[in-house]
Design a binder for this molecule. Structure first.
Ligand SMILES: *Cc1c(COP(=O)(O)O)cnc(C)c1O
Length: 396
């Protein structure tokens, strides 16, 4: 049986592929250091685990739930957004989904018609473009310069705009770059979107993970008009170490949320009930563990950033959020006699047992993505191995 054109055209997730490859080598007994994963290395906080156990034992996690999530979790999201964004919504403005990834998927399915254009600043998170294509939309990629912290400007947006432009995707703090848009930058972008009636998709998943005094400004908070023009995408995966539970959400215009809910009702039915109960505790319970994890990421960043920045040929600025480094390694490649990052990354894994993700899947083929969501010893040992690998290749 031939598979669909849709499936044939799809680019599978490079990050999941890279970590699967590293894990396969580990399972075969190789001493692999994997800096590929996009998830916290902490386990889910105890209070959240307890809430899940209680939901199972009481029997309430046994059943289907409303497809947008139970009332309590939608209210927990409303209260969370009230506390952290100081914005008021009602439960009908919220859909809870199987991870933020699926919230994005539902949004594109709910809003895009064939050939509608979606502006995606580059570097981008791996799934945006592919999900837009699955909804028959057209991703319009805008290259953002490393010198400008990989941030898109209104001038660039205006150049890319056509009468088919329907959405703009923003991700601040960014995966993979760790950069954060300032309030002034966001205000300009927000006003531009309002002026041209372009919906802003604000992927705020790393909003709680910012470091060294940086602040996260959600674009939706900048004016009433911008709020109306924005769909907030967020979830519990990254800030609460809950990637495996699969709970995300979208908040915004009732008509759009309702269309997303219709599609959810005919596809997944509902996000897993037990995970919803766990996520309620995450969003409304004590928040100290979030801060403890944030501080741990910050301490690692401060310790390992200078080490990676000093690697021969690595060009990178210090990130302000998320948990990735995204160096341009073009010079390193030249030193080592390579022209393609993928070959270099493959050989690094084969010869030095360090796994990184190539930048190509993020639209930036001169870069590699390094996750520091792993312990310091692993990170330091990885730096040593990468250095030795570059030196070995440079002598030839
Ligand atoms: C991890 C991630 C998501 C998706 O998270 P879920 O686990 O699906 O909730 C969305 N956007 C970005 C930028 C991410 O890094």
């Amino acid at each position: 049986m031939e598979i669909s054109n849709r499936a044939q055209k799809l680019e599978p997730s490079v990050t999941l592929a890279a970590s699967a490859k590293a894990n396969a080598l580990k399972a075969a007994g190789k001493d692999v250091l994997s800096l590929t994963v996009g998830e916290p290395d902490f386990t889910t906080p105890k209070n959240i685990q307890q809430a899940a156990i209680q939901a199972i034992e009481s029997g309430k996690a046994s059943y289907y739930t409303p497809s947008a999530g139970i009332k309590e979790i939608r209210e927990a999201v409303v209260n969370y957004i009230e506390s952290y964004y100081h914005l008021s919504y009602e439960a009908k403005n919220v859909i809870v989904t199987d991870g933020a990834k699926f919230a994005l998927y539902l949004l594109f399915q709910a809003i895009l018609n064939p050939n509608d254009e979606v502006i995606i600043p580059v570097p981008y998170w791996v799934s945006y473009g592919e999900q837009v294509k699955l909804a028959e939309g057209v991703p319009i990629f805008i290259s953002c310069a490393q010198e400008k912290e990989f941030k898109v400007t209104v001038e660039q947006l205006e150049k890319a705009r056509t009468d088919k432009t329907k959405l703009l995707i923003l991700n601040s703090p960014s995966n993979p770059t760790g950069m954060i848009y300032s309030e002034t930058e966001l205000r300009k972008i927000g006003e531009w979107a309002v002026l041209h009636d372009i919906l802003i998709v604000s992927d705020d998943i790393y909003g709680r993970l910012v470091y060294n005094g940086a602040t996260f400004t959600p674009i939706a908070t900048l004016s009433k008009a911008i709020q109306k023009q924005t769909i907030i995408i967020n979830g519990v995966s990254k800030s609460y170490a809950m990637t495996g539970w699969r709970i995300g959400y979208a908040v915004g215009d009732e008509t759009i949320i309702s269309a997303m809910n219709d599609i959810a009702s005919q596809s997944t039915s509902n996000p897993t009930a037990v995970s919803q109960y766990a996520a309620i505790e995450a969003l409304s319970g004590e928040q100290e563990t979030v801060e403890i994890m944030r501080q741990a990421f910050e301490a690692r960043l401060n310790e390992i950033y200078p080490l990676f920045a000093a690697l021969p040929g690595f060009k990178l600025e210090k990130p302000h959020g998320a948990f990735y480094l995204f160096p341009n390694i073009k010079e390193t490649l030249t030193m080592c006699g390579y022209t393609d990052v993928t070959n270099w990354v493959d050989d690094l894994l084969a010869e030095a047992q360090v796994a990184l993700v190539t930048g190509a899947g993020f639209g930036a083929p001169e870069h590699v993505r390094i996750s520091y969501a792993t312990d310091l010893d692993t990170l330091k040992e990885a730096v040593k191995r990468i250095k030795a690998f570059i030196e070995k290749k440079s002598i030839k």
